[in-house]
Design a protein around this ligand. Structure first.
Ligand code: H2B
Length: 99
């Protein structure tokens, strides 16, 4: 089921509203790196995000090494090969609210 991609203006608004996130993958994604005290804190964060992802049916791409978690948000069902949608904006807001 295709999902509408954000317009360039909507992407600008998204990045302005969430300044800790950066454009990634030629504008098809946004990314943010989180650093925690240790692995336990990082894993706790990932567990909370996992529950959000299930609630929103929207799942992050991420990479974890010890206390660092790199999160990329994109919508696989948007555009030809993935892009940004309102689902990414909602997930970024939800993640920002729990850190
Ligand atoms: N997560 C992300 N990041 N993009 C999607 O397009 C997506 C998803 N689609 N989680 C959902 C699941 C879809 O596959 C199910 C069938 O709703």
């Amino acid at each position: 089921m295709p999902v509408p991609e954000l317009t360039p203006a909507e992407v600008s608004d998204l990045l302005a509203a969430h300044p800790d996130w950066s454009s990634a993958r030629d504008g098809k994604a946004i990314a943010r790196t989180f650093r925690f005290k240790d692995f336990s804190e990082a894993w706790g964060f990932m567990s909370r995000v996992a529950l959000l992802a299930e609630t929103q049916d929207h799942h992050p791409e991420w990479f974890n090494v010890y206390n660092r978690v790199e999160v990329t948000l994109t919508t696989h069902d948007a555009g030809e090969t993935g892009g940004l949608s309102a689902r990414d904006a909602r997930m970024a807001a939800a993640i920002d609210a729990i850190v």
